[in-house]
Design a protein around this ligand. Structure first.
Ligand SMILES: [Zn+2]
Ligand SMILES: [Zn+2]
Length: 347
């Protein structure tokens, strides 16, 4: 029997510390499943939601990176059953009417509701999810590994896909944090030559220690010439630099560096969202004919693909586990900038 109430990290006021409340267990609508959450990640967007940047109606439950077990299925749900192990991407619902919904691109819906951002999310014992945004997990994939894939993982996977580099080409992952440390491994598994770029030597060493390690490690404080020499050694191309760079950081100076490391006629994929906007010299971009591509998460099909890439290649997620009661400690640890990898709340 599903209980009537549950524990949840519910935001009652903007800009206030996280704390645990007792709230009703949601009931699934006909198109939804009720998921017993086992793990739910913390993402930068959670901070923005807490700070009221999405004008979320209060109170609401945070997190949009859930993994768990289906407890109940709505009457119209055919593809899932009680007991299925699943992850859910961050869409709660989409309008179904706008041009993108009509053309099969629901993640670009004009009027979406987002888990943990505009409606209740996953830092709770139970969560309802639209079955269209649910993916199945292999039996032996840990929930704490699956959870961060549902936003961080698919965001970087979507970004790498959108770089549209041919197999065998070169990709730089700029920023080796929650997204980047997953990205270097995925890019290797997709058959690319990979450069990892970060300001922290420790972050570079961490990805270098994984089985699917990058081909070059570039410290952001190295000169552009030193960095290009490293790229010359790993990738042979008629142009100097990387075929594409994927910006997985909000650090403003990373964008200019990425432009400098991207080859002529190459691509930059923008995932990072610096508060004050993105600045790059026109010289780096226009004179090199660099293509700038924005990338926003990825859809359910991509999430399912990523789950199998991860599972087949036994990729690594650097996880820091927290209890629900310690959600505020987790946030403080993130804000201090000292933690590495992905913070995940374990239920
Ligand atoms: Zn996110
Ligand atoms: Zn729509």
């Amino acid at each position: 029997m599903t209980p009537k109430t549950m524990k949840a990290v519910q935001i009652q006021e903007y800009n206030q510390p996280y704390h645990v409340s007792e709230v009703p267990v949601p009931r699934p609508k006909p198109h939804q499943v009720l998921v017993r959450i086992k793990a739910a990640g913390f993402c930068h967007t959670d901070l923005m939601a807490l700070n009221g940047e999405f004008n979320t109606k209060l109170p609401f439950i945070g997190s949009h990176e859930p993994a768990g077990i289906i407890e109940e299925v709505g009457s119209n749900v055919m593809d899932f059953h009680r007991g299925d192990r699943v992850g859910c991407i961050n869409f709660d619902s989409v309008c179904g009417k706008c041009a993108d919904c009509q053309s099969g691109l629901p993640i670009y819906c004009d009027d979406p509701l987002m888990k943990g951002i505009t409606v209740d999310g996953a830092w709770a014992e139970y969560m309802v999810a639209d079955a269209r945004f649910v993916v199945k997990l292999p039996d032996d994939m840990e929930f704490k590994v699956a959870a961060p894939l549902m936003c961080a993982g698919i965001s970087i996977y979507g970004g790498i896909q959108r770089a549209d580099v041919q197999k065998g080409g070169s990709i730089g992952i700029i920023g080796i944090g929650g997204l980047g440390h997953i990205g270097t491994q995925i890019a290797k598994c997709m058959g690319y030559t990979v450069a990892a770029v970060d300001i922290k030597q420790k972050a570079l060493e961490a990805v270098a220690s994984y089985e699917h390690s990058p081909d070059a490690l570039i410290l952001a404080t190295d000169t552009v010439e030193e960095s290009l020499l490293k790229i010359d050694q790993m990738a042979s191309s008629k142009y100097r630099g990387l075929d594409a760079t994927v910006l997985a950081t909000d650090h403003p100076s990373a964008f200019e560096l990425a432009a400098a490391l991207t080859r002529k006629h190459g691509t930059m994929v923008l995932l990072g969202q610096p508060e004050k906007g993105i600045t790059m010299s026109y010289h780096s971009v226009i004179y090199k004919d660099i293509r700038l591509v924005g990338s926003l998460v990825a859809d359910t099909a991509a999430a399912q693909e990523l789950v199998s890439i991860f599972h087949q290649n036994k990729l690594h997620v650097d996880i820091k586990e927290w209890k629900m009661e310690d959600a505020e400690k987790m946030r403080q640890s993130y804000l201090s900038g000292q933690g590495m990898g992905k913070n995940v709340v374990i239920m």
